[in-house]
Design a protein around this ligand. Structure first.
Ligand SMILES: *Cc1c(COP(=O)(O)O)cnc(C)c1O
Length: 384
């Protein structure tokens, strides 16, 4: 097969299975509204759960940072790209979450790749929840350590896998709130199972941080566990972009020596670190609490009124409210029907989710108003 044939065959396979992914250039996509092709839609596909991407204080902090530092960091943090703005935010974050150290990464994807690549060796073993994010599973399958997956949220299955002899160290991987299902991991039992075999626990709380738990501290505070490695990302509840690993002093020192994603990559712009500090101030304060309460009320409004005759509602109390429809074509049709009625939501299909569980992934945010939820429900029930 030539290069051209190989590429064409892969594309046509996707096309015939209704799994071809498409991008759509929007003129505005975060916040309550999404504007595309000159039309305005209610936006039910953004992970900006608290609406902070549009927050005036966060925007101003980014602007002021750009004026002070310029728009780029100028290099890797190991050269000249680590500024007092990065340092200040790392310290605030570590203090807020109760860890000795925080290390900033440009994305959650990079943080997960870096951690697993730097820590895992051939004799070790990674044991991950089956539904873990692609960035975790991909890092695990690229690493020299074998990967075992446990059934979703099944800590007994996890314990059985952990009990099998392992010549090296074991790393248990799970998430706080699962990105495509919206449910939470049983973190206490997961932590107990890992500890019973002297394994370490990595929790990726991309969808929990800022949004759940006491003062927005995320799923681990909510369930009172303190994993060895905590990954938080800033493209969701923080409304910005970037990520951090929370860890011990020695893991941070080790990562600064061995994490290639830190050493060989330009650090995030200092202005972004300043915007993140401003977002954290909002999250920790009274306004953050009010936004979380508003979001909780909107979630309840949605769940109490959605028709469960037509849709399978996921077992989710979070801002992620997927409607599982099964077939790929049906998920696409439903997303199209919503779009014709000015509601924007994304059809999620395999391989992002298991085959036969295509879904409409609806996300609610504190930027929505109660009447937005009512409109969504009306459109959904009409389309169902
Ligand atoms: C979104 C997400 C990531 C990736 O984070 P980015 O900062 O967007 O690269 C990692 N893990 C989970 C669980 C996510 O949902």
């Amino acid at each position: 097969m030539s290069w051209q044939q190989k590429i064409d065959a892969a594309l046509s396979e996707r096309r015939s299975a209704d799994t071809l992914r498409r991008r759509h250039a929007v003129s505005q996509g975060a916040g309550r509204w999404l504007i595309a092709d000159g039309c305005k839609y209610l936006n039910f596909s953004s992970n900006d759960y608290l609406g902070l991407s549009q927050h005036p204080q966060v925007i101003r902090a980014w602007q002021q940072g750009a004026e002070r530092f310029g728009v780029g960091s100028g290099g890797s943090g190991h050269v000249s790209g680590y500024t007092t703005a990065h340092q200040a935010f790392e310290e605030e974050l570590a203090d807020w979450l109760g860890y000795p150290r925080a290390l900033l990464f440009i994305s959650g994807f990079a943080a997960n790749q870096a951690l697993i690549a730097a820590l895992m060796a051939k004799e070790d073993r990674i044991i991950a929840d089956r539904l873990s994010h692609a960035s975790l599973l991909e890092a695990a399958s690229l690493s020299p350590a074998p990967l075992r997956r446990f059934s979703h949220n099944d800590t007994q299955h996890l314990a059985r896998l952990l009990a099998a002899p392992c010549p090296g160290q074991q790393l248990v991987v799970t998430e706080g709130v699962f990105s495509m299902d919206g449910d939470s991991a049983p973190l206490r039992e997961t932590d107990r199972a890992a500890r019973a075999q002297n394994g370490w626990l990595l929790v990726d709380d991309a969808h929990g941080i800022g949004v759940v738990g006491e003062a927005g501290r995320g799923s681990c505070w909510q369930q009172q566990v303190r994993p060895d490695l905590l990954v938080v990302t800033f493209g969701k509840g923080f409304g910005v972009s970037g990520a951090a690993v929370l860890c011990s002093e020695s893991v941070a020192a080790y990562m600064l020596q061995f994490a290639r994603h830190l050493i060989y990559s330009t650090s995030m712009p200092p202005a972004q670190a300043q915007a993140l500090s401003a977002a954290l101030t909002v999250i920790r304060g009274e306004e953050g609490r009010a936004r979380r309460e508003k979001l909780t009320a909107l979630i309840q409004r949605f769940r109490s009124a959605v028709s469960t005759r037509e849709f399978t509602l996921a077992d989710s109390q979070s801002a992620i409210q997927p409607l599982i429809v099964g077939e790929n074509g049906r998920a696409l049709q439903l997303a199209d029907a919503l779009r014709r009625q000015q509601c924007w939501a994304t059809a999620i299909r395999p391989p992002t989710v298991p085959a036969g569980t295509a879904r409409l992934r609806l996300t609610l945010t504190a930027a929505h108003e109660p009447q937005d939820i009512d409109q969504l429900l009306e459109v959904l029930h009409g389309a169902g």
